[in-house]
Design a protein around this ligand. Structure first.
Ligand code: ADP
Length: 588
Protein backbone atom coordinates (compact mmCIF):
# COMPACT_ATOMS: atom_id res chain seq x y z
CA UNK A 1 0.00 0.00 0.00
CA UNK A 2 1.32 3.38 -0.96
CA UNK A 3 1.74 5.50 2.14
CA UNK A 4 1.11 9.22 2.21
CA UNK A 5 2.65 11.70 4.60
CA UNK A 6 0.20 12.85 7.25
CA UNK A 7 1.07 16.50 6.65
CA UNK A 8 0.23 16.11 2.94
CA UNK A 9 -3.04 14.39 3.79
CA UNK A 10 -3.95 17.02 6.39
CA UNK A 11 -2.87 19.92 4.21
CA UNK A 12 -4.59 18.68 1.06
CA UNK A 13 -7.88 17.93 2.87
CA UNK A 14 -7.95 21.37 4.45
CA UNK A 15 -6.89 22.98 1.23
CA UNK A 16 -9.61 21.26 -0.81
CA UNK A 17 -12.15 22.41 1.79
CA UNK A 18 -10.80 25.96 1.70
CA UNK A 19 -10.83 26.01 -2.12
CA UNK A 20 -14.37 24.65 -2.20
CA UNK A 21 -15.58 27.18 0.35
CA UNK A 22 -13.84 30.02 -1.45
CA UNK A 23 -15.14 28.97 -4.88
CA UNK A 24 -18.70 28.65 -3.61
CA UNK A 25 -18.44 32.00 -1.80
CA UNK A 26 -17.09 33.70 -4.93
CA UNK A 27 -19.78 32.12 -7.09
CA UNK A 28 -22.55 33.12 -4.69
CA UNK A 29 -21.12 36.59 -4.21
CA UNK A 30 -20.77 37.08 -7.96
CA UNK A 31 -24.31 35.90 -8.54
CA UNK A 32 -25.72 38.04 -5.72
CA UNK A 33 -23.89 41.12 -6.96
CA UNK A 34 -25.03 40.51 -10.52
CA UNK A 35 -28.62 40.11 -9.34
CA UNK A 36 -28.28 43.31 -7.33
CA UNK A 37 -26.93 45.19 -10.37
CA UNK A 38 -29.69 43.81 -12.53
CA UNK A 39 -32.32 44.89 -10.04
CA UNK A 40 -30.76 48.35 -9.80
CA UNK A 41 -30.72 48.76 -13.57
CA UNK A 42 -34.29 47.53 -13.89
CA UNK A 43 -35.27 50.10 -11.22
CA UNK A 44 -33.32 52.72 -13.12
CA UNK A 45 -35.09 51.85 -16.39
CA UNK A 46 -38.43 51.82 -14.56
CA UNK A 47 -37.74 55.35 -13.28
CA UNK A 48 -36.89 56.52 -16.77
CA UNK A 49 -40.02 54.89 -18.21
CA UNK A 50 -42.13 56.64 -15.57
CA UNK A 51 -40.51 59.97 -16.52
CA UNK A 52 -41.10 59.34 -20.24
CA UNK A 53 -44.70 58.43 -19.37
CA UNK A 54 -45.07 61.73 -17.51
CA UNK A 55 -43.58 63.69 -20.37
CA UNK A 56 -45.96 61.96 -22.83
CA UNK A 57 -48.95 62.88 -20.70
CA UNK A 58 -48.03 66.54 -21.06
CA UNK A 59 -47.58 66.23 -24.79
CA UNK A 60 -49.98 68.27 -26.93
CA UNK A 61 -49.97 66.08 -29.89
CA UNK A 62 -49.48 62.33 -29.97
CA UNK A 63 -48.83 62.18 -33.73
CA UNK A 64 -46.06 59.76 -34.68
CA UNK A 65 -43.75 62.41 -35.97
CA UNK A 66 -43.69 64.50 -32.84
CA UNK A 67 -43.43 61.31 -30.77
CA UNK A 68 -40.47 60.17 -32.88
CA UNK A 69 -38.88 63.52 -32.41
CA UNK A 70 -39.45 63.43 -28.66
CA UNK A 71 -38.04 59.91 -28.38
CA UNK A 72 -34.92 60.86 -30.31
CA UNK A 73 -34.31 63.90 -28.12
CA UNK A 74 -34.96 62.17 -24.80
CA UNK A 75 -33.05 59.11 -25.91
CA UNK A 76 -29.98 61.14 -26.78
CA UNK A 77 -30.11 63.21 -23.57
CA UNK A 78 -30.53 60.23 -21.27
CA UNK A 79 -28.44 57.76 -23.28
CA UNK A 80 -31.45 55.46 -23.27
CA UNK A 81 -33.18 53.79 -26.10
CA UNK A 82 -36.87 54.70 -25.96
CA UNK A 83 -39.40 52.81 -28.02
CA UNK A 84 -43.13 53.50 -28.11
CA UNK A 85 -45.23 50.54 -29.18
CA UNK A 86 -48.97 50.29 -29.59
CA UNK A 87 -50.65 47.14 -28.18
CA UNK A 88 -50.81 45.56 -31.64
CA UNK A 89 -47.02 45.51 -31.60
CA UNK A 90 -46.47 48.23 -34.18
CA UNK A 91 -43.66 50.62 -33.27
CA UNK A 92 -44.77 54.22 -33.15
CA UNK A 93 -41.45 55.82 -32.36
CA UNK A 94 -37.92 54.72 -31.51
CA UNK A 95 -35.00 56.84 -30.33
CA UNK A 96 -32.38 54.79 -32.19
CA UNK A 97 -34.13 53.49 -35.34
CA UNK A 98 -36.61 54.52 -37.94
CA UNK A 99 -39.91 52.87 -36.82
CA UNK A 100 -40.85 52.26 -40.39
CA UNK A 101 -37.95 49.81 -40.70
CA UNK A 102 -38.87 48.01 -37.53
CA UNK A 103 -41.02 44.89 -37.47
CA UNK A 104 -43.89 44.24 -35.14
CA UNK A 105 -42.85 44.00 -31.49
CA UNK A 106 -45.76 41.96 -30.19
CA UNK A 107 -43.56 38.90 -29.70
CA UNK A 108 -40.92 40.64 -27.54
CA UNK A 109 -41.00 39.03 -24.04
CA UNK A 110 -41.06 42.37 -22.20
CA UNK A 111 -43.94 43.61 -24.43
CA UNK A 112 -45.88 40.38 -23.86
CA UNK A 113 -45.40 40.76 -20.08
CA UNK A 114 -46.41 44.45 -20.18
CA UNK A 115 -49.56 43.63 -22.12
CA UNK A 116 -50.39 40.92 -19.58
CA UNK A 117 -49.41 42.53 -16.27
CA UNK A 118 -48.70 46.20 -16.94
CA UNK A 119 -44.92 45.94 -16.98
CA UNK A 120 -42.24 43.61 -18.24
CA UNK A 121 -38.51 43.07 -18.14
CA UNK A 122 -36.28 41.43 -20.68
CA UNK A 123 -32.63 40.86 -21.22
CA UNK A 124 -31.56 39.71 -24.59
CA UNK A 125 -29.86 40.61 -27.74
CA UNK A 126 -31.72 43.34 -29.62
CA UNK A 127 -33.19 42.00 -32.85
CA UNK A 128 -32.84 45.45 -34.29
CA UNK A 129 -29.43 46.54 -32.93
CA UNK A 130 -27.88 43.13 -32.54
CA UNK A 131 -26.45 43.92 -29.14
CA UNK A 132 -27.49 42.70 -25.67
CA UNK A 133 -29.91 45.08 -24.00
CA UNK A 134 -31.84 45.29 -20.80
CA UNK A 135 -35.46 46.14 -21.50
CA UNK A 136 -38.19 47.56 -19.37
CA UNK A 137 -41.68 47.93 -20.84
CA UNK A 138 -44.63 49.68 -19.22
CA UNK A 139 -48.22 49.87 -20.29
CA UNK A 140 -49.65 53.37 -20.20
CA UNK A 141 -53.06 54.65 -21.03
CA UNK A 142 -53.73 58.12 -22.44
CA UNK A 143 -56.92 59.99 -23.29
CA UNK A 144 -57.62 58.30 -26.52
CA UNK A 145 -55.08 55.54 -26.75
CA UNK A 146 -52.81 53.01 -24.91
CA UNK A 147 -49.11 52.87 -25.41
CA UNK A 148 -46.33 50.62 -24.31
CA UNK A 149 -43.30 52.65 -23.31
CA UNK A 150 -40.20 50.56 -23.61
CA UNK A 151 -36.86 51.83 -22.38
CA UNK A 152 -33.60 49.97 -22.62
CA UNK A 153 -29.88 50.32 -22.59
CA UNK A 154 -27.11 47.98 -23.57
CA UNK A 155 -25.85 45.60 -20.86
CA UNK A 156 -22.31 46.18 -22.03
CA UNK A 157 -21.42 48.40 -19.06
CA UNK A 158 -23.12 45.96 -16.69
CA UNK A 159 -21.21 43.09 -18.21
CA UNK A 160 -17.89 44.84 -18.07
CA UNK A 161 -18.55 45.87 -14.44
CA UNK A 162 -19.44 42.27 -13.66
CA UNK A 163 -16.37 40.88 -15.41
CA UNK A 164 -14.22 43.45 -13.50
CA UNK A 165 -15.88 42.35 -10.34
CA UNK A 166 -15.47 38.64 -11.14
CA UNK A 167 -11.84 39.25 -12.02
CA UNK A 168 -11.27 40.98 -8.68
CA UNK A 169 -13.12 38.25 -6.85
CA UNK A 170 -11.02 35.59 -8.58
CA UNK A 171 -7.78 37.45 -7.88
CA UNK A 172 -8.82 37.95 -4.26
CA UNK A 173 -9.78 34.27 -4.11
CA UNK A 174 -6.36 33.19 -5.45
CA UNK A 175 -4.50 35.46 -3.02
CA UNK A 176 -6.65 34.27 -0.12
CA UNK A 177 -6.11 30.66 -1.24
CA UNK A 178 -2.34 31.12 -1.29
CA UNK A 179 -2.34 32.85 2.09
CA UNK A 180 -4.64 30.23 3.56
CA UNK A 181 -2.52 27.51 1.97
CA UNK A 182 0.62 28.85 3.63
CA UNK A 183 -1.19 29.28 6.92
CA UNK A 184 -2.63 25.80 6.52
CA UNK A 185 0.82 24.33 5.90
CA UNK A 186 2.22 26.12 8.93
CA UNK A 187 -0.70 25.07 11.16
CA UNK A 188 -0.61 21.49 9.87
CA UNK A 189 3.10 21.45 10.71
CA UNK A 190 2.36 22.79 14.19
CA UNK A 191 -0.33 20.16 14.76
CA UNK A 192 1.91 17.42 13.47
CA UNK A 193 5.05 18.47 15.36
CA UNK A 194 4.18 16.59 18.57
CA UNK A 195 3.13 13.58 16.52
CA UNK A 196 6.43 13.68 14.64
CA UNK A 197 8.33 13.96 17.93
CA UNK A 198 6.39 11.00 19.21
CA UNK A 199 6.97 9.07 16.02
CA UNK A 200 10.74 9.62 16.21
CA UNK A 201 10.61 8.61 19.90
CA UNK A 202 8.76 5.41 18.99
CA UNK A 203 11.31 4.79 16.23
CA UNK A 204 14.10 5.22 18.84
CA UNK A 205 12.34 2.66 21.02
CA UNK A 206 12.17 0.26 18.08
CA UNK A 207 15.93 0.67 17.66
CA UNK A 208 16.32 -0.45 21.27
CA UNK A 209 17.05 2.97 22.80
CA UNK A 210 14.47 2.46 25.49
CA UNK A 211 16.02 4.81 28.04
CA UNK A 212 15.34 7.98 25.98
CA UNK A 213 11.86 9.22 26.84
CA UNK A 214 9.31 10.66 24.39
CA UNK A 215 8.64 14.30 25.42
CA UNK A 216 5.12 14.74 26.74
CA UNK A 217 2.90 17.02 24.61
CA UNK A 218 0.51 19.61 26.05
CA UNK A 219 -2.20 18.24 23.76
CA UNK A 220 -4.23 15.97 26.02
CA UNK A 221 -4.52 12.91 23.76
CA UNK A 222 -0.92 13.12 22.55
CA UNK A 223 0.30 13.68 26.11
CA UNK A 224 -1.38 10.51 27.30
CA UNK A 225 -0.09 8.66 24.21
CA UNK A 226 3.46 9.80 25.06
CA UNK A 227 2.96 8.69 28.66
CA UNK A 228 1.76 5.28 27.50
CA UNK A 229 4.71 4.95 25.10
CA UNK A 230 7.18 5.87 27.86
CA UNK A 231 5.57 3.45 30.26
CA UNK A 232 5.63 0.74 27.64
CA UNK A 233 9.33 1.43 26.92
CA UNK A 234 10.09 1.34 30.65
CA UNK A 235 8.32 -2.00 31.01
CA UNK A 236 10.06 -3.42 27.97
CA UNK A 237 13.41 -2.13 29.27
CA UNK A 238 12.80 -3.72 32.67
CA UNK A 239 11.78 -6.99 31.08
CA UNK A 240 14.76 -6.97 28.72
CA UNK A 241 17.03 -6.18 31.67
CA UNK A 242 15.61 -9.07 33.68
CA UNK A 243 15.74 -11.41 30.69
CA UNK A 244 19.29 -10.29 29.80
CA UNK A 245 20.36 -10.66 33.42
CA UNK A 246 18.84 -14.13 33.58
CA UNK A 247 20.39 -15.01 30.24
CA UNK A 248 23.80 -13.68 31.33
CA UNK A 249 23.55 -15.61 34.56
CA UNK A 250 22.65 -18.75 32.66
CA UNK A 251 25.46 -18.12 30.17
CA UNK A 252 27.91 -17.45 33.00
CA UNK A 253 26.85 -20.64 34.75
CA UNK A 254 26.98 -22.62 31.51
CA UNK A 255 30.32 -21.20 30.39
CA UNK A 256 31.93 -21.68 33.78
CA UNK A 257 30.84 -25.31 33.88
CA UNK A 258 33.60 -27.80 33.28
CA UNK A 259 30.96 -30.09 31.77
CA UNK A 260 30.08 -29.53 28.13
CA UNK A 261 26.41 -28.75 27.50
CA UNK A 262 24.60 -28.88 24.14
CA UNK A 263 20.88 -28.18 23.77
CA UNK A 264 19.05 -29.75 20.83
CA UNK A 265 15.70 -29.03 19.20
CA UNK A 266 13.22 -31.91 18.75
CA UNK A 267 14.51 -32.39 15.18
CA UNK A 268 18.12 -32.58 16.31
CA UNK A 269 19.33 -29.07 15.45
CA UNK A 270 21.76 -27.42 17.86
CA UNK A 271 20.04 -24.68 19.86
CA UNK A 272 22.98 -23.65 22.05
CA UNK A 273 26.21 -24.92 23.51
CA UNK A 274 28.65 -23.86 26.19
CA UNK A 275 32.36 -23.17 26.00
CA UNK A 276 33.39 -26.53 27.44
CA UNK A 277 31.36 -28.38 24.77
CA UNK A 278 32.82 -26.46 21.80
CA UNK A 279 36.34 -26.93 23.21
CA UNK A 280 35.78 -30.67 23.67
CA UNK A 281 34.65 -31.11 20.07
CA UNK A 282 36.87 -28.39 18.55
CA UNK A 283 33.98 -26.60 16.81
CA UNK A 284 33.32 -22.89 16.37
CA UNK A 285 30.50 -21.72 18.66
CA UNK A 286 28.96 -19.31 16.11
CA UNK A 287 28.89 -21.73 13.21
CA UNK A 288 27.04 -24.58 14.90
CA UNK A 289 23.81 -22.95 16.13
CA UNK A 290 20.85 -24.05 14.01
CA UNK A 291 22.77 -26.85 12.27
CA UNK A 292 21.87 -30.55 12.68
CA UNK A 293 23.91 -32.24 15.42
CA UNK A 294 25.03 -35.08 13.11
CA UNK A 295 26.50 -32.54 10.67
CA UNK A 296 28.54 -30.75 13.33
CA UNK A 297 29.77 -33.68 15.41
CA UNK A 298 30.57 -36.66 13.25
CA UNK A 299 30.72 -39.39 15.86
CA UNK A 300 28.58 -42.39 15.00
CA UNK A 301 28.16 -43.62 18.56
CA UNK A 302 27.17 -40.16 19.78
CA UNK A 303 24.78 -39.57 16.85
CA UNK A 304 23.06 -42.92 17.64
CA UNK A 305 22.84 -41.88 21.27
CA UNK A 306 21.28 -38.49 20.37
CA UNK A 307 18.77 -40.18 18.04
CA UNK A 308 17.83 -42.57 20.82
CA UNK A 309 17.30 -39.76 23.36
CA UNK A 310 15.20 -37.72 20.90
CA UNK A 311 13.16 -40.71 19.71
CA UNK A 312 12.68 -42.64 22.89
CA UNK A 313 11.88 -39.45 24.78
CA UNK A 314 13.67 -40.66 27.88
CA UNK A 315 16.95 -39.89 29.63
CA UNK A 316 19.96 -41.99 28.92
CA UNK A 317 23.72 -42.02 29.43
CA UNK A 318 26.84 -43.61 27.99
CA UNK A 319 30.62 -43.30 27.85
CA UNK A 320 32.32 -42.48 24.58
CA UNK A 321 35.84 -41.82 23.40
CA UNK A 322 36.71 -39.10 20.96
CA UNK A 323 40.04 -38.66 19.18
CA UNK A 324 39.68 -35.23 17.55
CA UNK A 325 40.77 -32.53 18.33
CA UNK A 326 42.15 -34.34 21.39
CA UNK A 327 41.84 -37.77 22.87
CA UNK A 328 39.09 -37.69 25.47
CA UNK A 329 36.89 -40.12 27.29
CA UNK A 330 33.47 -38.56 27.90
CA UNK A 331 30.44 -39.51 29.91
CA UNK A 332 27.28 -38.25 28.13
CA UNK A 333 23.95 -37.79 29.83
CA UNK A 334 21.02 -37.03 27.52
CA UNK A 335 17.91 -35.54 29.11
CA UNK A 336 14.63 -34.62 27.41
CA UNK A 337 13.57 -30.99 27.65
CA UNK A 338 9.84 -30.57 28.25
CA UNK A 339 8.02 -28.62 25.55
CA UNK A 340 5.95 -26.16 27.53
CA UNK A 341 5.64 -22.43 28.29
CA UNK A 342 7.06 -21.40 24.94
CA UNK A 343 9.99 -23.86 25.01
CA UNK A 344 10.10 -26.05 21.95
CA UNK A 345 11.36 -29.14 23.76
CA UNK A 346 14.20 -31.29 22.50
CA UNK A 347 17.08 -32.61 24.56
CA UNK A 348 20.07 -31.48 26.62
CA UNK A 349 23.35 -33.33 26.42
CA UNK A 350 25.82 -33.01 29.28
CA UNK A 351 29.37 -34.19 28.62
CA UNK A 352 31.68 -34.92 31.55
CA UNK A 353 35.36 -35.35 30.80
CA UNK A 354 36.52 -38.57 32.39
CA UNK A 355 39.95 -38.44 30.75
CA UNK A 356 41.75 -36.93 33.72
CA UNK A 357 39.98 -39.20 36.21
CA UNK A 358 40.84 -42.23 34.13
CA UNK A 359 44.41 -41.03 33.73
CA UNK A 360 44.74 -40.40 37.46
CA UNK A 361 43.22 -43.78 38.14
CA UNK A 362 45.80 -45.30 35.80
CA UNK A 363 48.61 -43.32 37.40
CA UNK A 364 47.44 -44.41 40.85
CA UNK A 365 47.32 -48.06 39.79
CA UNK A 366 50.71 -47.77 38.13
CA UNK A 367 52.13 -45.97 41.17
CA UNK A 368 50.91 -48.65 43.58
CA UNK A 369 52.27 -51.34 41.28
CA UNK A 370 55.59 -49.47 40.96
CA UNK A 371 55.93 -48.86 44.69
CA UNK A 372 55.09 -52.46 45.43
CA UNK A 373 57.57 -53.61 42.84
CA UNK A 374 60.32 -51.24 44.06
CA UNK A 375 59.81 -52.26 47.66
CA UNK A 376 59.42 -55.91 46.86
CA UNK A 377 62.98 -56.41 45.52
CA UNK A 378 64.86 -55.17 48.62
CA UNK A 379 62.28 -56.72 50.99
CA UNK A 380 62.53 -60.11 49.24
CA UNK A 381 66.27 -59.83 49.32
CA UNK A 382 66.33 -58.89 53.01
CA UNK A 383 63.90 -61.70 53.86
CA UNK A 384 65.98 -64.20 51.87
CA UNK A 385 69.25 -63.28 53.60
CA UNK A 386 67.63 -63.14 57.04
CA UNK A 387 66.21 -66.65 56.48
CA UNK A 388 69.59 -67.88 55.28
CA UNK A 389 71.19 -66.45 58.42
CA UNK A 390 68.49 -68.00 60.58
CA UNK A 391 69.02 -71.33 58.87
CA UNK A 392 72.61 -71.42 60.16
CA UNK A 393 74.58 -69.10 57.94
CA UNK A 394 74.99 -66.83 60.98
CA UNK A 395 77.64 -69.25 62.20
CA UNK A 396 79.57 -68.92 58.98
CA UNK A 397 81.29 -65.71 60.03
CA UNK A 398 82.64 -64.72 56.66
CA UNK A 399 79.35 -65.16 54.78
CA UNK A 400 77.33 -63.82 57.68
CA UNK A 401 79.14 -60.46 57.38
CA UNK A 402 78.59 -60.37 53.63
CA UNK A 403 74.89 -61.19 54.06
CA UNK A 404 74.51 -58.51 56.72
CA UNK A 405 76.18 -55.99 54.39
CA UNK A 406 73.68 -56.91 51.67
CA UNK A 407 70.79 -56.63 54.16
CA UNK A 408 72.12 -53.22 55.26
CA UNK A 409 72.40 -52.06 51.61
CA UNK A 410 68.84 -53.11 50.83
CA UNK A 411 67.56 -51.53 54.06
CA UNK A 412 69.29 -48.29 53.08
CA UNK A 413 67.67 -48.53 49.67
CA UNK A 414 64.27 -49.10 51.29
CA UNK A 415 64.95 -46.07 53.48
CA UNK A 416 65.95 -44.03 50.42
CA UNK A 417 62.77 -45.04 48.52
CA UNK A 418 60.56 -44.21 51.51
CA UNK A 419 62.37 -40.87 52.00
CA UNK A 420 61.92 -39.97 48.31
CA UNK A 421 58.24 -40.99 48.39
CA UNK A 422 57.65 -38.89 51.49
CA UNK A 423 59.46 -35.93 49.94
CA UNK A 424 57.45 -36.30 46.73
CA UNK A 425 54.09 -36.40 48.49
CA UNK A 426 55.14 -33.45 50.67
CA UNK A 427 56.07 -31.40 47.58
CA UNK A 428 52.91 -32.43 45.77
CA UNK A 429 50.85 -30.97 48.58
CA UNK A 430 52.37 -27.48 48.05
CA UNK A 431 49.97 -25.61 45.75
CA UNK A 432 51.60 -24.12 42.64
CA UNK A 433 51.84 -20.37 42.37
CA UNK A 434 51.68 -19.67 46.10
CA UNK A 435 53.93 -16.64 46.52
CA UNK A 436 54.20 -17.10 50.28
CA UNK A 437 56.58 -20.01 49.66
CA UNK A 438 58.90 -17.97 47.47
CA UNK A 439 61.54 -15.39 48.43
CA UNK A 440 63.95 -13.37 46.36
CA UNK A 441 67.17 -15.38 46.67
CA UNK A 442 70.65 -14.72 45.22
CA UNK A 443 71.39 -17.67 42.94
CA UNK A 444 75.13 -17.52 43.63
CA UNK A 445 74.82 -18.33 47.34
CA UNK A 446 72.20 -21.00 46.76
CA UNK A 447 74.35 -22.90 44.24
CA UNK A 448 77.42 -22.57 46.40
CA UNK A 449 75.71 -24.16 49.41
CA UNK A 450 74.06 -26.86 47.21
CA UNK A 451 77.43 -27.89 45.80
CA UNK A 452 79.05 -28.53 49.20
CA UNK A 453 78.05 -32.22 49.58
CA UNK A 454 78.67 -32.92 45.86
CA UNK A 455 82.21 -31.53 45.65
CA UNK A 456 83.90 -34.57 47.32
CA UNK A 457 81.68 -36.98 45.32
CA UNK A 458 82.74 -35.32 42.07
CA UNK A 459 86.36 -35.13 43.18
CA UNK A 460 86.32 -38.89 43.92
CA UNK A 461 85.45 -39.52 40.29
CA UNK A 462 87.70 -36.75 38.89
CA UNK A 463 84.69 -34.79 37.71
CA UNK A 464 85.14 -31.03 37.49
CA UNK A 465 82.28 -28.85 38.72
CA UNK A 466 82.20 -25.52 36.93
CA UNK A 467 79.86 -22.67 37.85
CA UNK A 468 79.27 -19.71 35.52
CA UNK A 469 76.60 -17.21 36.54
CA UNK A 470 75.70 -13.73 35.33
CA UNK A 471 76.26 -11.12 37.99
CA UNK A 472 73.65 -10.48 40.67
CA UNK A 473 71.26 -13.15 39.53
CA UNK A 474 68.31 -13.24 41.90
CA UNK A 475 65.17 -15.32 41.68
CA UNK A 476 61.94 -15.81 43.57
CA UNK A 477 62.69 -19.18 45.13
CA UNK A 478 61.97 -21.52 47.95
CA UNK A 479 65.67 -22.01 48.72
CA UNK A 480 65.31 -25.37 50.47
CA UNK A 481 63.16 -26.94 47.77
CA UNK A 482 65.10 -25.53 44.85
CA UNK A 483 68.38 -26.64 46.40
CA UNK A 484 66.81 -30.10 46.63
CA UNK A 485 65.95 -30.04 42.93
CA UNK A 486 69.43 -28.83 41.99
CA UNK A 487 70.91 -31.54 44.20
CA UNK A 488 68.88 -34.23 42.41
CA UNK A 489 70.12 -32.99 39.01
CA UNK A 490 73.76 -32.79 40.22
CA UNK A 491 73.45 -36.22 41.78
CA UNK A 492 72.20 -37.64 38.47
CA UNK A 493 74.87 -35.77 36.50
CA UNK A 494 77.61 -37.25 38.71
CA UNK A 495 75.94 -40.71 38.76
CA UNK A 496 75.59 -40.93 35.01
CA UNK A 497 78.93 -39.33 34.00
CA UNK A 498 82.25 -40.96 33.54
CA UNK A 499 85.47 -39.76 35.25
CA UNK A 500 87.48 -36.84 33.90
CA UNK A 501 84.38 -35.04 32.68
CA UNK A 502 83.02 -31.62 33.49
CA UNK A 503 79.66 -30.65 34.89
CA UNK A 504 78.71 -27.05 34.18
CA UNK A 505 76.18 -24.94 36.04
CA UNK A 506 75.32 -21.95 33.87
CA UNK A 507 73.04 -19.07 34.85
CA UNK A 508 72.12 -16.50 32.19
CA UNK A 509 69.81 -13.55 32.26
CA UNK A 510 67.79 -13.03 29.06
CA UNK A 511 65.33 -10.27 28.21
CA UNK A 512 62.41 -11.57 30.22
CA UNK A 513 63.65 -14.84 31.63
CA UNK A 514 66.48 -16.42 33.58
CA UNK A 515 67.91 -19.67 32.29
CA UNK A 516 69.76 -22.06 34.58
CA UNK A 517 71.43 -25.09 32.99
CA UNK A 518 73.08 -28.19 34.49
CA UNK A 519 75.16 -29.61 31.69
CA UNK A 520 77.07 -32.88 31.92
CA UNK A 521 79.26 -34.86 29.54
CA UNK A 522 77.84 -38.22 30.67
CA UNK A 523 76.23 -41.13 28.88
CA UNK A 524 73.19 -39.19 27.65
CA UNK A 525 69.59 -40.33 27.30
CA UNK A 526 67.98 -41.79 24.22
CA UNK A 527 65.40 -39.49 22.68
CA UNK A 528 62.52 -41.95 23.10
CA UNK A 529 62.97 -41.78 26.91
CA UNK A 530 63.15 -38.02 27.18
CA UNK A 531 59.37 -37.56 27.53
CA UNK A 532 59.08 -40.16 30.26
CA UNK A 533 62.10 -39.68 32.57
CA UNK A 534 60.08 -37.26 34.74
CA UNK A 535 57.53 -39.96 35.56
CA UNK A 536 57.77 -41.63 38.95
CA UNK A 537 59.95 -44.74 39.00
CA UNK A 538 60.83 -44.35 35.34
CA UNK A 539 64.36 -45.32 34.71
CA UNK A 540 66.19 -45.75 31.44
CA UNK A 541 68.34 -48.55 32.70
CA UNK A 542 66.89 -50.08 35.85
CA UNK A 543 69.94 -52.20 36.68
CA UNK A 544 72.38 -49.31 36.30
CA UNK A 545 70.11 -46.98 38.26
CA UNK A 546 69.74 -49.40 41.11
CA UNK A 547 73.51 -50.05 41.04
CA UNK A 548 74.19 -46.33 41.53
CA UNK A 549 71.47 -46.06 44.19
CA UNK A 550 68.73 -44.47 42.11
CA UNK A 551 65.05 -44.75 42.99
CA UNK A 552 63.53 -43.38 39.78
CA UNK A 553 61.85 -40.60 41.79
CA UNK A 554 64.56 -37.89 41.55
CA UNK A 555 63.41 -36.19 38.33
CA UNK A 556 59.76 -36.48 39.36
CA UNK A 557 60.63 -34.47 42.49
CA UNK A 558 62.53 -31.93 40.32
CA UNK A 559 59.50 -31.52 38.06
CA UNK A 560 57.19 -30.79 40.98
CA UNK A 561 59.58 -28.29 42.48
CA UNK A 562 59.82 -26.56 39.09
CA UNK A 563 56.01 -26.25 38.98
CA UNK A 564 55.95 -24.63 42.42
CA UNK A 565 58.38 -21.98 41.07
CA UNK A 566 56.23 -21.20 37.96
CA UNK A 567 59.24 -22.26 35.91
CA UNK A 568 59.61 -24.73 33.05
CA UNK A 569 62.06 -27.60 32.82
CA UNK A 570 63.57 -28.75 29.53
CA UNK A 571 65.98 -31.51 28.75
CA UNK A 572 68.35 -31.99 25.85
CA UNK A 573 70.46 -35.06 25.53
CA UNK A 574 72.56 -37.01 23.09
CA UNK A 575 73.82 -40.52 23.67
CA UNK A 576 77.51 -40.45 24.45
CA UNK A 577 77.71 -36.65 24.50
CA UNK A 578 75.85 -35.68 27.63
CA UNK A 579 72.66 -34.16 28.95
CA UNK A 580 71.50 -30.63 29.68
CA UNK A 581 68.67 -29.95 32.12
CA UNK A 582 67.40 -26.40 31.75
CA UNK A 583 65.22 -24.36 34.14
CA UNK A 584 63.54 -21.32 32.56
CA UNK A 585 62.23 -18.76 35.03
CA UNK A 586 59.99 -15.96 33.85
CA UNK A 587 61.63 -12.73 34.96
CA UNK A 588 60.01 -9.27 35.02
P1 ADP B 1 67.13 -42.24 39.36
O1 ADP B 1 66.95 -42.19 40.79
O2 ADP B 1 67.03 -43.57 38.76
O3 ADP B 1 68.32 -41.46 38.90
P2 ADP B 1 65.65 -40.10 38.23
O4 ADP B 1 64.22 -39.78 38.24
O5 ADP B 1 66.57 -39.14 38.86
O6 ADP B 1 65.84 -41.53 38.80
O7 ADP B 1 66.09 -40.26 36.72
C1 ADP B 1 65.32 -41.07 35.88
C2 ADP B 1 66.20 -41.69 34.84
O8 ADP B 1 66.68 -40.69 33.94
C3 ADP B 1 67.42 -42.32 35.39
O9 ADP B 1 67.18 -43.65 35.69
C4 ADP B 1 68.45 -42.21 34.28
O10 ADP B 1 68.36 -43.31 33.43
C5 ADP B 1 68.02 -41.00 33.52
N1 ADP B 1 68.88 -39.83 33.85
C6 ADP B 1 68.60 -38.84 34.70
N2 ADP B 1 69.56 -37.92 34.70
C7 ADP B 1 70.48 -38.33 33.80
C8 ADP B 1 71.72 -37.80 33.34
N3 ADP B 1 72.21 -36.64 33.78
N4 ADP B 1 72.40 -38.51 32.39
C9 ADP B 1 71.91 -39.65 31.91
N5 ADP B 1 70.75 -40.20 32.33
C10 ADP B 1 70.04 -39.54 33.25
Amino acid sequence: MQQQKLIVRLFSSYFVLVLLALTLTILFASKAIEDFYFEENVNNLQARAILVDEILRHQDSMNPKSLQHLCERLGKETATRITLVIPSGQVLADSDENPKNMDLHHDRPEIIQALQSGEGVGRRSSYTLNEEHLYYARMSAYADSSLIIRVSFPTLALKSAMSDLNYNLLLGGIIISILLGLLNWYLSGQILKPIQIMESGARRFSRGKLKMKVPESNIKELGSLAKSLNLMAENIYDRIRVITQQKNEQMAILSSMSEGVIALSPDGAILSSNRAAVTMFGVHPNSIVGRPFHEVIRHTELIDFVTLVLKEKKSSQCNISIYEPQELTLNVIGNRMPAKKGAIGGAVLVFTDLTQIQKLEGVRREFVANVSHELKTPITSIQGYVETLQDGAIDDKENAHRFLDIIAKHSARLGQIVDDLLELSRIEEIPGGEEQYLKLTPLNDLIESTLVPFTPLAANRSITLKVELDENLELLLNAKLFSHALGNLLDNAIKYSGSNTTIEILGRKREDEVVLEIKDQGRGIEEKHLDRIFERFYRVDKGRSREVGGTGLGLSIVKHITRIHHATLEVESKIGEGSTFRFIFPHK
